[in-house]
Design a protein around this ligand. Structure first.
Ligand code: SAH
Length: 496
């Protein structure tokens, strides 16, 4: 019969435990016990051990009188007054007994690598004391938690601890100088990412403290006020640049388009103001001039403003108008590029846009509206040995097909239409230019989508790696649908 209690669903409440001068009972004398004991001693706990046998490392700690070895078998009264019982090694029966006792008495019991016996879990820790990052998986995947830890370890500079200590030392002064939270946060941002942080990274802790003190004495707060124009990429959050992520996380106000993926907006602070200026079918959204007014007004209120645009802000993003308005108002800006849809969709559909022997250039083309589409240089676009990447093309497929074939591009030129590129619902539709509109209609293609035309589009079937394989119509279907379409045209003509 199994002695393990049934694994019911449990929530874990993360908590940091003050163990200074408190008693901790460790069960087991092996290598794991030694590791746990060292950590407990490091936070000031008084550790006692119960184990039938002590391996070298624990024996050494006992010899050094840093740990007391109570005995070989657990006595009930040793449990009294414990802040924590940590099981490094014990029989299932003993684990079970301690687990039940722990639940009854309210004393946390942790059994290493045996979540079923735990009433408390020790997380994996990234230690930048006093800054401590704890990572838990509710006992379900400790190995995964450890992997996450090692990634965070690499990511966070060792100097972070000094930075945390510095802000701790000066916390009261900072609070006194900036009683208002928003201003205090702005000041701390400057401390954590400005010159003081740089000084700490160079190992000049005193210099960092001096800089902060000087800044506290100054009358006005100098923060690098500006508007950030940020590219949010095609959707997949991991395609953001590190700097884009930083600006999104520290923004007071985020003014964003409809194309920006909600998962990216989730990176914003909980108290950040999110302004959606998306155009939706049937309405024109917030007009361009109104957007510019919002940017300027929020900036003048002292806010850190991020203008977040899908893809790259400088590609079909009307950035020029916004930049001109900011410059006109004397407001500094920065521009952070993002992965533009043409590039993201090509990668996620496996198209090598300038494949040797197939294409010598790529053209980024907008098919936005009826009026502008007819002003495109169709004879030039119809030339071969180039890849065309059309943005905003879904409503204009028929036009594009007609114009290109009409100007001499071969009807069997491959196309690939990439819908929702890089997102979980990505679809790729492929075929030949002569059947572009028909195929797209058949699969009910919708926006946002990138249309690629050119020899390289055929690579979508060859180098597919993400999401579902490309969709295409077989010849039978094409003949059938083509026939039906002809009938519809015929009927329309007759009726007219
Ligand atoms: N600044 C953006 C483009 C804005 S125009 C950029 O650099 O990507 C809007 C058009 O971009 C859409 O109509 C569509 O053609 C394309 N687009 C944006 N995101 C896309 C995505 N995830 N998948 C496919 N097309 C996308």
């Amino acid at each position: 019969m199994s002695t393990q209690p049934p694994q019911t669903e449990r929530g874990w409440y993360p908590l940091f435990h003050d163990l200074r001068q408190r008693q901790v009972l460790v069960i087991g004398g092996n290598e794991t016990a030694a590791r746990k004991i060292r950590r407990l001693l490091a936070v000031g706990a008084r550790v006692r051990v119960v184990a039938p046998l002590l391996e070298d490392d624990v024996a050494e700690l006992v010899e050094q009188k840093r740990v007391v070895w109570l005995g070989r078998r657990l006595r009930r009264w040793w449990l009294r007054g414990q802040a924590l019982v940590l099981i490094a090694e014990a029989s299932p029966e003993l684990c079970e007994r301690l687990h039940r006792w722990g639940k009854r008495s309210g004393v946390p019991v942790n059994a290493v690598d045996q979540p079923a016996y735990c009433t408390a879990i020790v997380p994996a820790v990234v230690d930048r004391s006093p800054l401590t990052i704890a990572i838990g998986s509710g006992g379900q995947a400790p190995e995964l938690a450890r992997r996450v830890r090692s990634r965070i370890e690499q990511w966070l500079p060792q100097s972070l601890g000094s930075l945390a200590a510095l802000s701790g030392q000066l916390a009261e002064d900072i609070r006194g100088r900036f009683p208002e939270l928003a201003l205090r946060r702005r000041f701390l941002d400057w401390v954590f990412s400005g010159p003081p942080a740089d000084a700490i990274q160079r190992g000049q802790n005193d210099q960092a403290a001096a800089l902060v003190r000087q800044a506290l004495d100054r009358q006005s707060l100098e923060t690098p006020a500006r508007v950030s124009l940020v590219g949010a990429g095609p959707g997949e959050p991991e395609l953001l640049t590190l700097r884009a992520l930083d600006r999104i996380q520290s923004a007071d106000v985020l003014v964003h388009d409809g194309l920006v993926d909600p998962r990216i907006l989730d990176y914003a602070r909980r108290d950040a103001e999110l302004i959606d200026v998306a155009k939706r079918p049937g309405d024109n959204g917030v007009g361009q001039v109104a957007i510019q007014r919002i940017l300027i007004k929020r900036f003048k209120q002292g806010k850190r403003v991020v203008r977040l645009k899908g893809g790259d802000p400088m590609v079909f993003g009307r950035a020029g108008e916004e930049l001109a308005a900011l410059r006109g108002a004397g407001i500094d800006f920065e521009i952070i590029p993002g992965v533009t849809a043409a590039s993201a969709c090509a990668s996620y559909a496996g198209l090598s846009l300038t494949q040797r022997g197939m294409a010598q250039s790529v053209r980024l083309v907008t098919a936005h509206c009826e009026r502008s589409i007819d002003r495109l240089d169709w004879p030039a676009l119809a030339k071969d040995r180039q890849t065309l990447a059309f943005y905003m093309a879904v409503a204009q497929l028929e036009r594009i097909q007609q114009q290109l074939t009409g100007h001499g591009r071969a009807a069997d030129t491959p196309f690939a239409l990439v819908e929702n590129g890089s997102r979980p619902n990505q679809r790729v539709i492929v075929g030949q230019l002569g059947e572009l509109a028909l195929t797209a209609r058949h699969f009910q293609a919708s926006s946002p989508a990138m249309l690629f035309i050119g020899e390289v589009a055929a690579q979508a079937s060859e180098f597919h790696w993400f999401g579902e394989p490309p969709l295409c119509m077989d010849t039978g279907e094409l003949a059938l649908v083509g026939h039906a379409a002809n009938l519809v045209t015929l009927r329309a003509t007759v009726l007219a």
